[in-house]
Design a protein around this ligand. Structure first.
Ligand code: SF4
Ligand code: SF4
Length: 62
């Protein structure tokens, strides 16, 4: 299970990168992306990346 970032929605603000407890988020080209094999969906807690992302609908369930 992992979340994914909709590249077209991502403003590359970087807010999510250091909130991820698994270092699953990194810059890729013009947007950030989530490495699916590293994302645990925050182990059932509210996803930290979604909590800090200023763009609604930018980070979604893959
Ligand atoms: S849901 Fe959690 S583990 Fe997955 S990318 Fe977001 S912050 Fe990282
Ligand atoms: S917080 Fe949202 S808009 Fe900002 S870099 Fe992460 S995914 Fe993109």
């Amino acid at each position: 299970m992992s979340l994914k970032i909709i590249a077209a929605e991502c403003t590359a603000c970087g807010a999510c990168e250091f909130e991820c407890p698994n270092a699953a988020i990194s810059m890729k080209g013009d947007a950030y992306q989530i490495k699916a094999s590293s994302c645990t969906e925050c182990d059932g807690d509210p996803p930290k990346c979604i909590a800090v992302c200023p763009v609604d609908g930018c980070i979604v369930h893959g």
